[in-house]
Design a protein around this ligand. Structure first.
Ligand SMILES: Nc1ncnc2c1ncn2[C@@H]1O[C@H](COP(=O)(O)OP(=O)(O)OP(=O)(O)O)[C@@H](O)[C@H]1O
Length: 370
């Protein structure tokens, strides 16, 4: 097992800056995910860790050792690619044995290690099959066995489940987590699928346009998004552009932009809790998750309670999504499918309550794309 450190790393391809100012620390044994939309720099970062690319600037360390310009074959990392990159004309056994043959492992040890790896990915009955005769899920298991058999210090997985159907993807998520725990291996997982990232990772780094916007546990990323990009990319979020009226030690009072009659919202002040001080001269938004908003028949005493009208009710099975219009602001509210939701219908006058603790005041950076 190794830890990984990236210190002020940049990677440029000609004029394109694929990754910039990247500072990351990944702990030994951690399941760490790079999450972001297509083209945000996830794969480039993974390839700099594998050694397929060298950074233009900055340092990559494994357990404090400078690896920045060490070639891939001297790094002791195992990689699984999106398209598996198996050798189609070889058997399952030979595919898995490949890395051991390159390392000149004696044949009796090689056999034991390959069969052991095949057993770990539950393919012990197929050593002599041609990989072209396997299903997508089975091919993915061969790719995992091939990466793990060399006993790497670091396992790198680049969108490994994107070619599988939804059910198989679910199954393979569990398999990958089980293998990661069995081998106790530092793992980096690249995906653009936020559900995959939230459900599998110890920690997540969220990327956009080559910049890492936030690093945190799944709950931190979901509950305390750093800006409107993170809030919008992970799960659903109501993002309300606001102007700051007053800043107190415990709370910040803001007013909603673009409404006819003033609406004042009271949000917690997170400054001093290890979070950066908000620049109130920048564009800001209040963010709140749809499941955090309460719909009430009558107004409740206290702050952040507003009159509105139900605009639509959408039934999704376990969850019902209700859109409430407060003046010309549309709030998405998710409620569980309990008997309560039947009281909600289009056109009904209601009150919405935004619990203060579930609100966050965050910078709007979406307009800052390069
Ligand atoms: N070999 C290359 N030559 C030139 N530009 C590249 C190269 N590799 C990546 N890029 C550019 O760098 C940026 C980041 O690409 P990267 O593949 O790292 O993104 P990604 O987040 O992994 O996207 P995807 O999920 O689509 O693979 C993109 O703008 C891409 O076009």
């Amino acid at each position: 097992m190794a830890s990984i450190k990236m210190e002020n790393v940049q990677k440029a391809f000609g004029k394109t800056i694929a990754v910039d100012h990247l500072n990351l620390e990944i702990n030994e044994g951690e399941f760490f995910t790079f999450l972001g939309p297509s083209g945000c720099g996830k794969t480039t970062t993974l390839r700099m860790i594998a050694g397929f690319y060298y950074p233009t600037k900055g340092i990559v360390r494994f357990s404090d050792k400078d690896m920045t310009r060490v070639p891939p074959e001297k790094r002791n990392t195992g990689m699984v690619f999106q398209n598996y990159a198996l050798f189609p004309h070889m058997t399952v056994f030979e595919n898995v044995a490949f890395g051991l043959r390159v390392r000149k492992i004696p044949s009796s040890e090689l056999k034991t290690r390959v069969l052991d790896a095949l057993q770990k990915v539950r393919l012990e009955s197929y050593p002599n099959r041609q990989v072209s005769q396997l299903s997508g899920g089975q091919q993915q298991r061969v790719a995992l066995a091939r990466a793990l058999v060399i006993e790497p210090e670091i396992l790198l997985l680049d969108e490994p489940l994107s070619n599988l159907d939804a059910k198989l993807r679910d199954e393979m998520r569990g398999e990958i987590l089980r293998l990661q725990r069995d081998y106790k291996i530092t793992t980096i997982y690249v995906t653009h699928d936020q559900a995959e990232a939230l459900s599998m990772s110890d920690r997540i780094a969220v990327f956009n346009y080559g910049v890492c916007h936030q690093v945190g546990t799944p709950a931190e990323i979901y509950n305390q998004p750093a800006n409107d990009f993170v809030a919008g990319f992970i799960g659903e979020s109501n993002l309300l552009p606001v102007q700051v009226k007053s800043v107190q030690q415990e709370n910040v009072v803001v007013t909603l932009k673009n409404v006819d009659h003033p609406i004042t919202i009271d949000v917690p002040n997170h400054a001093g809790e290890g979070e950066p001080i908000l620049r109130t001269d920048k564009d800001l938004a209040v963010s709140i998750r749809p499941e955090a908003i309460r719909i009430l028949d009558v107004a409740e005493e206290g702050v952040n309670s507003f009159k509105g009208k139900i605009d639509s009710v959408q039934f999704f099975g376990s969850v019902v999504t209700i859109t409430v219009a407060v003046q010309n602001v549309f709030l998405r509210v998710d409620v569980l499918n309990t008997h309560e939701f039947r009281h909600f219908y289009q056109g009904k006058e209601v009150h919405v309550q935004l619990p203060q603790k579930r609100l966050r005041l965050i910078p709007i950076i979406s307009g800052d794309a390069p």
